[in-house]
Design a protein. Structure first.
Lengths: 244, 211
């Protein structure tokens, strides 16, 4: 990490801020394009991270609730949802690309295909985090709520949903962090003009010249900061005090 | 008040309750005394509506409640390991039942304060339940179960897991609370001394089911 930050301030062997100050530029020199807009890629990544986190959290929440409610049938769903963990993200991207390339589901040009791919990668983590909490709830805690007058729906809301609140918020943070750093599926699914931070880093690293290289390290530093903030924020909330 | 008539329950082919019957009058504290693993907790779960019997009926104040869901029975229960809600503080735990019954907030606050006074936990409302001692947790569980004014209170080995000194002290306190609140209660225990100290009548497990 220190190396990344340090290299972002080194241009052609000298200490320089130029990699940071020229992040907004899209040309290496007049007439020669950089091939990517670094600042726009940050905005794209943040937008995709929000969408991916929303999808992964909703799908993960529903899946965890279903798996917990029906242990036998849920086992199959659980195994199916864990598949993205056992396969390369590139494979997931490729699978999505060839699945969604024919009418009526020709969605290759849709902007949301990338965050959807990110969400697919993040869902297993959300499910695992929630299932751990749900399975740790003693059955008698729900029984206690019932004997105190809580209907089954109210019991679910007061016991299960309350217990899931913190891991769910942590899941939002981790899903967003996974989306921000996701490279494999994005490489396959991304379209020109919607490059994400990791894609922009890859493009900059492939450019000749000292400045684009240093800019890649500056972008990597930004990515590092963003994911660290998300992960720390998720952890802080998880350790937060009693719910109101 | 409470009639359990010919209740049978089997788990995986093993008969746990076999044609069991019992009667409890209003205002009584009845202890059901039997060995560990006999099926006493199963009996309480049938009465509370947490378990549907294979046969038999449960009547409360003459009304058949066998098929009535647990949350509509007005039967409170204290579990062996309290089962306090970890995400709620002491006051919210005690006020949970009244909140589920739709009581107004001021009435809930008054009831919570009253019950915390009764169980000797005045000023404990804002405490986290995971920071309480074993005895304090038992007291909160008692206050919580009494808060929605249940018609009947079930106590499943309520003083298990306490050291002897605290156990003996809580027996006296529990006895006083049940009497002062005129609570009709069924207590199951394997401890004859505990049953004798708390109950107005003792039923022996072997007498509840035909030989």
């Amino acid at each position: 990490m220190v190396a990344l930050v340090t290299r972002s301030f080194r241009v052609a062997g000298d200490w320089s801020m130029s990699a940071w100050t020229k992040l907004g530029a899209t040309e290496v020199r007049p007439g020669a394009g950089l091939g990517v807009d670094p600042l726009a890629s940050i905005a794209t990544s943040l937008r995709f991270a929000m969408v991916a986190a929303a999808i992964a959290t909703v799908v993960g929440f529903l899946a965890a609730a279903a798996i917990n409610a029906s242990p036998r049938a849920g086992r199959l769903l659980d195994a199916g949802l864990m598949l993205p963990l056992a396969t390369s993200a590139v494979t997931i991207g490729l699978g999505m690309l060839i699945t969604f390339d024919t009418w009526p589901v020709d969605w290759r040009a849709r902007w949301w295909l990338v965050p959807l791919g990110h969400a697919l990668v993040a869902v297993p983590f959300v499910v695992r985090a929630l299932l751990g909490v749900l399975r740790a709830i003693p059955a008698d805690l729900r029984a206690a709520a019932a004997t105190l007058g809580a209907s089954p729906v109210r019991t679910w809301w007061e016991v299960d949903a309350r217990a899931m609140r913190r891991p769910l918020l942590a899941g939002v943070g981790f899903s967003a962090a996974i989306s921000l750093g996701e490279f494999g599926a994005t490489t396959i699914l991304t379209r020109s003009g919607t490059e994400t931070l990791p894609i922009a880093i890859g493009r900059l690293l492939r450019r000749a010249g000292a400045l684009p290289q240093a800019q890649a390290f500056a972008m990597a530093t930004i990515l590092l900061l963003l994911t660290t903030v998300l992960v720390v924020a998720s952890g802080v909330h998880e350790r937060a005090g009693i719910d109101a | 008040m409470l009639d359990v008539v010919g209740v049978s329950v089997a788990f995986d082919g093993r008969q746990v309750l076999d044609d069991l019957s019992m009667h409890v009058d209003r205002g009584e504290v009845v202890a059901v005394l039997g060995a560990s693993g006999a099926g006493k907790s199963t009996l309480l779960r049938v009465i509370a509506g947490l378990l549907t019997p294979d046969a038999g009926r449960v009547l409360l104040e003459g009304v058949d409640i066998t098929d009535r869901p647990s949350h509509l029975r007005r039967i409170g229960m204290i579990f062996q390991d309290e089962q306090l809600f970890p995400h709620l503080d002491v006051a919210a735990n005690v006020g949970f039942g009244p909140r589920m019954s739709g009581w107004a907030a001021p009435r809930i606050a008054t009831r919570v304060e009253e019950l915390l006074d009764i169980v000797g936990l005045t000023g404990f409302g804002a405490r986290r339940v995971d920071r309480l001692s074993g005895g304090e947790k038992k007291r909160v569980a008692l206050a919580r179960s009494l808060a929605p004014e249940p018609a009947l209170l079930l106590l499943d080995e309520p003083l298990t897991g306490l050291d002897r000194e605290l156990h003996d002290r809580l027996i006296v306190e529990l006895h006083d609370v049940l009497r002062s609140t005129a609570t009709t209660a069924v207590l199951v225990s394997h401890d004859a001394d505990e049953a004798a100290a708390l109950a107005s009548r003792i039923l022996y497990w072997s007498d509840l089911q035909p030989v």
